[in-house]
Design a binder for this molecule. Sequence first.
Ligand code: C2E
Ligand code: MG
Ligand code: MG
Ligand code: MG
Length: 287
Amino acid sequence: RAKSEGRNQFRRYIAGMDRRAQNRKKLEVSLRDAIDRNELRLVYQPIVELDSGVVSSVEVLLRWNSAQHGFVSPQVFVPIAEESGLIHEIGEWVLLNGCRAATDWNEKVSLSVNVSAKQILCPGFRQSVLTILQETGFPASRLELELTETVFLEEANLALETIAQLREHGVRIILDDFGTGYSSLSYLQSFAFDKIKIDRSFVSSLQQKPVEGGATSDTLIRAMISLAQMLNLPVTAEGIEEEWQAEELRRLGCDYGQGYLFARPASDYDLRRMIGMNPGVEDKQTP
Ligand code: C2E
Ligand code: MG
Ligand code: MG
Ligand code: MG
């Protein structure tokens, strides 16, 4: 009996794996047409200076509302785009439309764009960024690219070179989700960054009791901020939802904050109002 129960469990397990693989394949097929079918949208979330509350940059985040699958989270479709190679076309679309939207923003506000390791490692990436900047007239000095620690897993030298070239043009490079990657800290020695972004998971566990002998998030965040300060890098904390978190982070020396406390990701129209601009005519069609 125990044996047949085990076998059934195994079959259910395999069937579950099949379903997941099939579902993934279906998403990939739909994602292929998402741009042409006008299913992708961009939303914008401000990043504020904690001392003054002034918006210093705005992160652009991708949204997919699929006719077939409904709303799909980027946490689900970005990995599919990366594995299928669609990320190159999609990433270019994000950069182009983000820069277009940001060209007439207040010139003190930068645009932050998430870039996956797969894109950085593509030989045409640097040129594609420069072409988009030229076409849209958006200044390189106001563009920030957010990279995660996964770029250090694969051909680090190629990534290093592309990053160095883009920085020469004035583009700033931000280390996103700091503290959650797999790499050692040694990459901080070979890579030049302009800013570090502490992952939301550390912010949300602030003030939580650690397991016995473990470090509190306060301690970890303080260590990350000290490290950044010693490297002369400004720090942003993401996922700030409560006033006390913002206060605590400011006290610990964090420079910038992002999260629902300040603003949720919003349409281009709403973002313009947030950064004190005439929002123009609300257009639900353009990304
Ligand atoms: P990320 O770059 O770390 O972006 C921050 C995520 O945290 C966003 O989720 C944002 O909506 C969410 N967030 C911001 N403030 C708060 C808060 O106070 N509380 C909570 N609970 N969440 C908050 P989102 O938009 O679902 O994006 C998830 C991830 O998908 C991003 O993480 C990024 O890695 C990836 N992603 C999104 N857009 C793009 C894109 O255009 N290109 C690439 N390559 N990746 C993207
Ligand atoms: Mg990001
Ligand atoms: Mg992040
Ligand atoms: Mg994160």
